[in-house]
Design a protein around this ligand. Sequence first.
Ligand SMILES: C[S@@+](CC[C@H](N)C(=O)[O-])C[C@H]1O[C@@H](n2cnc3c(N)ncnc32)[C@H](O)[C@@H]1O
Length: 182
Amino acid sequence: MWLRHPLRIGAIAPSSRALGRKMAWQIGNPDGKRVVELGGGTGAITRALLAHGITHENLIVVERDPVMYQALRRRFPSLPVLEGDAADLAGLLTRAGIGPVDAVISGLPLLGMPAMVQQAILAAAFAALGPDGKFIQFTYGPSVPVRPGVLGKLGLIARSVGRVWRNVPPARVWLFERQPTG
Ligand SMILES: C[S@@+](CC[C@H](N)C(=O)[O-])C[C@H]1O[C@@H](n2cnc3c(N)ncnc32)[C@H](O)[C@@H]1O
């Protein structure tokens, strides 16, 4: 699948364990945390989230590609895997009867998406997140993987939380949060 469709997937290889771990650590203490993973792909980050201590009931995976979706369902039969577009996260969670979440972990190829799509995905993610919710994204590029203006329009700030060399290619992890008020 990966070798046949790298462009559809948006990466040249599955995320490494080191990258999955770095993403999962951003959640902090996993106790009771409810997490959405966007673009579950092969399940590399899904596995890292479970290893970090996010429970099966508290991890929801969203995948748009029907083939990847079916593979994720087979690989993780006890997880709620939702088939659909990350930009429709509110609709997907409502239909599944799932309320606010503490963190959204994204394996989406956000960097290559048009500004409108980036904005729709981030707006949907922050609508699902509670007030202190975090959006965690990796990118292969050197800077924030969102086009100019998108973060400001949504009242968000982003900071790099480090580089992961043990990944092909090396990746950087970014944390997006709401701008503090007052
Ligand atoms: C880079 S890959 C997956 C990364 C994953 N961490 C892994 O190692 O397998 C990105 C995934 O996002 C999915 N995807 C892309 N755009 C999407 C969207 N708008 N909504 C949901 N999933 C999407 C793709 O189908 C693909 O499976």
